[in-house]
Design a protein around this ligand. Structure first.
Ligand SMILES: [Zn+2]
Length: 231
């Protein structure tokens, strides 16, 4: 094969797919969407499938996208861009949470939202404990654009409210039912749990910061990059 036909051969192998992420060994029983045209078809079928950029929909929300920095449990930068997306009904619910919080001078801070499936594979390869990182055999609710990692911020000072642990602390102290804590910390955590519950979310049993949107199973697992979603 000469150089030109070799190049054409490679183009045939990867048709029009500059950003496509690779299929992993874990996903035999999963349907992972990594084709942008398939994603667009799902939106045409149901507009709720749209992944919306959270801060475009809720401009006053604070983002601290840890996986776009090395300040996370992997010690590596996982995302190229500090962006946060969720499905349309999820961002609508978050907007309502933000509005309710604002009345008491508080707001949300987002650590992570939609997470491409490839990142879940990386997390599992770094840290195998599936109490704290999702199994790539089943995928994460973050991969479905139906989970958020969040906390509360005082809008006046810009400071976070004191919570039981930092984000991504993989200890028992991070469990939302852990009680050996100062009363104010329990109160702050409960405020977040209650407001999220009222708006259609359920806290994860081992992470006070992680919330699944009720009905998460209606959304497919995705492996589109942030670049693909904003193109
Ligand atoms: Zn999470």
């Amino acid at each position: 094969m000469n150089k030109v036909s070799g190049f054409l051969f490679i183009l045939l192998l990867f048709p029009g797919c500059l950003y496509c992420q690779k299929k992993s060994v874990y996903e035999k029983n999963l349907n992972v969407i990594r084709d942008i045209s398939v994603y667009h078809q799902t939106i045409n079928q149901n507009s709720n499938n749209k992944l919306v950029e959270i801060n475009k929909y809720i401009p006053d929300i604070i983002l601290d996208i840890r996986y776009a920095t090395s300040n996370n449990f992997t010690g590596m930068q996982i995302y190229n861009q500090p962006k946060a997306f969720t499905r349309l009904p999820v961002v609508k619910a978050l907007k309502h949470v933000q509005k309710e919080l604002k009345q008491t001078g508080l707001g949300l801070i987002i650590y992570d939202a939609y997470r491409p499936y490839t990142a879940t594979v990386k997390f599992y390869e770094v840290y195998h404990d599936t109490n704290y990182v999702a199994s790539p055999y089943s995928g994460s609710r973050h991969n479905r654009g139906a989970a958020v990692d969040i906390s509360l911020v005082d809008l006046k000072t810009g400071k976070g409210l004191e919570m039981p642990t930092p984000f991504d602390d993989f200890t028992e102290k991070a469990h939302p039912d852990y009680t050996d804590l100062p009363a104010q910390v329990i109160k702050n955590r409960q405020l977040l749990i209650d407001i999220m519950k009222r708006n259609g979310f359920t806290v994860y049993p081992s992470e006070w910061w992680h919330y699944d949107f009720n009905g998460w199973e209606n959304f497919e697992i995705m492996d589109l990059t942030f670049e693909q979603l904003t193109e």
